[in-house]
Write a protein that binds this ligand. Structure first.
Ligand SMILES: O=C(O)CCC(=O)C(=O)O
Length: 383
């Protein structure tokens, strides 16, 4: 297929969008957060999540908090380097994050698929998405992903300690859950690249303990309205299928990346999705006029991580995830809980089981900014 223009691509995608939206409406799997009488996540929501592999929680993050997150996110998007090798932003200022232990940004060519068909990230994106031709005069690179929000964004750190989100993580992974990583997916209008179809999990597919929850789940907190054109798509139920032969699936679909049965996660600002990391999911190049900024962060069962060898970007960086590494990375959650407590004084903080009784050692202070938050993403628990 020749590379379509954004207008041609919009036409091609239209019927697929309509199909996906109507399928999503049939499944449901969305609504406000609901709690059971014992304060746990409502069992109906948990059952719906385990049945389909995703859930959309509506209106979880309040307008003021979304506004603060938007400001922080806009600031670091603006301060990105202009190219992968550059040390200055588009205004010629020193780029943000130059002193970080790992690059804070992943840039991509406009409307491109930077991972599809490559060996990157364990080769988990084996096929390439359609790459439309960007409009004339488009920037040479666009921000694709941003890492390290707990260090870069005060509102991002507070979000990481959100009591309702952490209670959801507890409901899915148990009270001793561990974090995974965080990354902000940015899809600027007419520039945002695609994320080729993939399953996130890497390490546990052949485990004798394999089940639908062994690779954890990811939140996405949506800062703007998401649409079928700029949003994340998932194949409902695919988290229960084991490792999927994505190449064969696309080949059987005549080589098209418009996989049948998939649905878009259409959200309002402040909605939060959970997506099982074993789900087949991906997103298309954002030819539309709508910005998407999705704050993405995941959580695991502790039993999945303890003793595991790291995968994805952490492969070869840490040998094995032992108690000490898990504790160090989990401390970010505890410090985030305290950063939130200091800011939202009327809110009841989440009580994180691994740190019960040690809260005073992990307050949000100048010291823990250095000892816990600085370069925390060098210890991501990636499996
Ligand atoms: O939001 C997107 O476009 C991609 C998200 C994704 O691939 C992930 O969370 O693993």
């Amino acid at each position: 297929m020749h590379a379509p223009s954004p207008a041609e691509y919009a036409k091609i995608m239209r019927p697929y969008h309509d199909q996906g939206v109507s399928l999503a409406a049939k499944i449901g799997n969305r609504g406000p957060l609901r709690w059971a009488a014992d304060g746990q996540l409502h069992p109906d929501i948990l059952a719906a999540y385990w049945a389909h592999g995703y859930y959309i929680f509506e209106d979880v993050i309040g307008a003021d908090e979304i506004a603060a997150l938007r400001l922080d996110a806009a600031d670091i998007i603006e301060r990105a380097p202009v190219s992968p090798e550059a040390t200055v932003d588009a205004k010629g200022r020193p780029a943000h994050g130059l002193d970080y232990g790992k690059p804070a940004y992943r840039l991509a060519k406009p409307l491109a698929d930077p991972w599809g068909g490559t060996d990157l990230l364990g080769g988990r994106h084996p096929t390439k998405m359609v790459e439309p031709t960007p409009a004339e005069g488009a920037a040479e690179y666009a921000v694709f992903l941003i890492y390290g929000m707990c260090q870069s964004m005060p509102a991002g750190l507070r979000l990481y300690g959100h009591p309702h989100l952490l209670k959801i993580a507890e409901g899915i992974n148990g009270p001793d859950f561990t974090p995974y990583n965080d990354a902000i997916f940015v899809k600027q209008p007419g520039l945002g690249g695609s994320v080729s179809w993939h399953q996130d999990g890497i390490t546990h597919w052949d485990s004798p303990h394999w089940d639908a929850g062994i690779h954890g789940f990811n939140f996405q907190v949506q800062l703007y309205q998401t649409t079928p054109a700029n949003g994340l798509w998932v194949l409902p139920g695919s988290h229960k299928q084991g490792r999927i032969d994505i190449k064969a699936l696309v080949a059987d679909n005549g080589g098209s990346d418009r996989l049948p049965g998939a649905i878009p996660l259409v959200c309002a600002p402040g909605d939060v999705t959970i997506v099982n990391r074993q789900m087949l999911h991906g997103s298309f190049a954002n030819y539309s006029e709508d910005l998407r900024v999705s704050i993405t962060f995941g959580f695991h069962r502790r039993t999945s991580v303890l003793g595991a060898r790291p995968g994805l970007s952490m492969a070869g960086i840490i040998d094995v995830y032992d108690d000490a590494v898990i504790f160090d990375r989990s401390a970010v959650v505890q410090v985030a809980i305290d950063a939130r407590r200091q800011h939202f004084q009327m809110e009841k903080p989440y009580r994180y089981q691994p740190f019960l009784g040690r809260e005073d050692e992990f307050r949000f202070t100048r010291e823990t900014q250095e000892t816990v938050i600085k370069d925390y993403f060098m210890k991501d628990l990636a499996i």
